[in-house]
Design a binder for this molecule. Structure first.
Ligand SMILES: [Zn+2]
Length: 467
C-alpha cells in the first residue's frame, strides 16, 4: 500500500561493510571489519557472514576514525589580507586530507556582541561545507556586556573561547586583567579558554630593533619572537588560571619549557592541556633562511632542531595532548607583503589537508609515533577535549561513521599540484609515505581517490558541550 500523504515513511538505512582493514584506535590495532548503518557505525569486529548493501575491501589499508582539526582560520581577515580558505575550499581540502570535522575561529568585531561571531560563521558556512564544522569565538573586546554573554555562547554549542596575548596592532590582544575576567566567566559557565601565548612586550621591543639593524628577512621573524616570549606568556596565563580555576588550552605550543610549565601546573591541579601543530614537528627555523622563507612565517615561529626533538618527545608521552593544523592560508601575493620586512608578512601556513598524512610519514613511518598515538593526537583527543566525543574521533559502535581508509604502503610527492588546498603555494613539499584513499563522513563516501563525491553544503554545525 503506498504511504498516505503526511504519513511518516521510514527510509531504510544503507549499510556498508568495510572488510579486513587494520582498524586503528587509541587502544588497539587489529584486523577487523566495520559496519555502517546509515550515518553511524553499527559494529566493529569479526563480521564474517554479515551482509550489507555495499562491501568495500580494505585489506592492506589502515581504517581510522576521521581526523578532527580544532584549529583552522577560514575567511580570516588578518594583516591586510584574508585567508583563501573559506568554508568551501577549506572543508574540501580538509576532506581530501582525511579530516571529517573542523573547528574554526571567529574573531569578535570591536563594539559588537560575542554571539554575532557564531551567526557570522553560520552565514559563511551556508551551502558551502563538505564536512561537519564548529566555531570557537575569539574575544577581542572584553566589555562588561560581552563578559555577560559568555555563558550563553557556551550553551549555544561553542564552549571554547580563544584570546590572544599578542597582535596588539591587529586589535586582537587581551590584557592580563581582561584575561582574568574572561577566565572567571568561563570557569562559571563550564567553558575552556584557548590562549595564544606570546608575550607582546618582548615582541614589540624586538621587531623595531631588528628592523633598524637591517635584519628584515624572514628568519628574523623567528628571532623577534623567541621561546622566552612564549614561555613568559604561558606562565602568566597559568598564574591567572590558578586563581580562577578556569580550564585552559594552550594553542600551538612550540617550546619545551612551555611543556614543562604546563605539566607542572597540571600536577598542581590546574585544568590545562596543550597542542602543538604539524609545522613545528616537520620544519625548523633554518628553513626561514631559504629564498622563499616567507612561506614558513607563522607565530609562534618555527624553532630549533633540539626544541623540535623535545616536542616529539612531549607528543609521545602526553605532555602535549594533540596536534592541530593552525591552517591559515594566505596567497603568495599576500605573503610577499613581507618581502622587504618580515613583520609585514601575514603569519600562517596552509595545512588543513596535510596534518594526518604528514604525521604518518614523519611520525609513524619514521618510528617516532605509534599508530594508536597518531590517531589519538589527530582525532580522538581533539574530539575529547573539544566536546565532540564519542560522536567524533572514535571508531566504535554508536559513533558517527566518519572513517578514513589510509594506504600506508605508497609513496608520493606532496606539493602544491598534488594537494587540494586553495593557496597558490605549499609549505609541504617532498616525498611522503602513506595516503588518504577514501573518506566517509556520516556514512557517506565523500572522497574516493582523487574524486570529491560530496555535495557542497552537506556539513553540519557541531553543537559542542565539554565533558
Ligand atoms: Zn591559529
Amino acid at each position: 500500500m503506498p504511504p498516505r500523504k503526511g504519513q511518516n515513511v521510514k527510509i531504510p538505512q544503507k549499510s556498508i561493510l568495510i572488510r579486513e582493514g587494520m582498524v586503528i584506535t587509541t587502544e588497539s590495532v587489529h584486523k577487523q571489519d566495520v559496519l555502517f548503518l546509515g550515518e553511524r557505525i553499527a559494529a566493529v569486529g569479526d563480521l564474517k557472514g554479515t551482509t550489507a548493501d555495499e562491501q568495500i575491501d580494505a585489506s592492506g589499508r589502515l581504517v581510522l576514525p576521521g581526523a578532527v582539526d580544532t584549529h583552522v582560520h577560514f575567511n580570516d581577515v588578518f594583516m591586510n589580507t584574508v585567508s583563501v580558505h573559506d568554508y568551501e575550499t577549506g572543508t574540501r581540502a580538509a576532506a581530501y586530507g582525511g579530516v571529517t570535522s573542523i573547528i574554526d575561529f571567529s574573531n569578535q568585531e570591536h563594539g559588537r556582541p560575542l554571539m554575532e561571531t557564531l551567526d557570522i560563521k553560520k552565514e559563511e558556512a551556508k551551502g558551502k561545507t563538505f564536512i561537519d564544522w564548529g566555531v570557537h569565538p575569539v574575544i577581542t573586546d572584553a566589555r562588561p556586556d560581552v563578559l555577560a554573554e559568555i555563558s550563553s555562547v557556551v550553551s549555544a554549542g561553542s564552549p571554547t573561547i580563544k584570546c590572544y596575548m599578542t597582535y596588539r596592532s591587529e586589535g586582537l590582544m587581551m590584557e592580563e586583567k581582561e584575561l582574568l575576567s574572561i577566565q572567571t566567566e568561563l570557569a562559571k559557565s563550564g567553558g575552556m579558554l584557548m590562549v595564544h601565548a606570546e608575550d607582546n612586550q618582548i615582541i614589540e621591543k624586538n621587531v623595531p630593533r631588528l628592523i633598524a639593524q637591517g635584519k628584515t628577512q624572514a628568519y628574523y621573524h623567528a628571532v623577534s619572537r623567541p621561546p622566552e616570549a612564549e614561555n613568559a606568556a604561558i606562565q602568566s596565563c597559568l598564574r591567572l588560571a590558578e586563581k580562577t580555576g578556569c580550564r585552559l588550552f594552550i594553542v600551538h605550543m612550540a617550546t619545551d619549557k612551555g611543556m614543562g610549565h604546563v605539566a607542572r601546573a597540571r600536577k598542581k591541579g590546574v585544568d590545562i592541556q596543550a597542542e602543538t601543530c604539524t609545522h613545528y614537528l616537520l620544519f625548523t627555523e633554518d628553513i626561514l633562511k631559504r629564498e622563499d622563507g616567507l612561506k614558513w612565517v607563522c607565530s609562534p615561529p618555527l624553532r630549533s632542531r633540539s626544541i623540535q626533538n623535545k616536542l616529539w618527545g612531549g607528543l609521545r608521552d602526553g605532555r602535549i595532548a594533540m596536534v592541530s593544523s593552525d591552517d591559515a592560508a594566505y596567497s603568495w601575493e599576500a605573503k610577499l607583503y613581507g618581502a622587504e620586512r618580515f613583520d609585514k608578512c601575514p603569519n600562517g601556513i596552509p595545512g588543513v589537508e596535510t596534518r594526518l598524512t604528514a604525521l604518518y610519514s614523519a611520525g609513524v613511518a619514521s618510528g617516532k609515533l605509534s599508530l594508536s598515538r597518531w590517531i589519538d593526537v589527530c582525532a580522538t583527543t581533539p574530539a575529547r577535549l573539544f566536546g565532540l566525543f564519542p560522536q567524533k574521533g572514535h571508531l566504535a559502535p554508536g559513533a558517527d561513521a566518519d572513517v578514513v581508509l589510509f594506504n600506508p604502503n605508497t609513496e608520493w610527492r606532496m606539493d602544491v599540484d598534488t594537494l587540494h588546498m586553495a593557496a597558490d603555494w605549499s609549505a609541504y613539499e617532498g616525498k611522503t609515505i602513506g595516503k588518504v584513499e577514501k573518506v566517509f563522513s556520516r556514512g557517506e563516501l565523500i572522497i574516493d581517490g582523487e574524486e570529491c563525491l560530496a555535495e557542497k553544503g552537506r556539513g553540519r554545525y557541531l553543537h559542542r558541550k565539554l565533558a
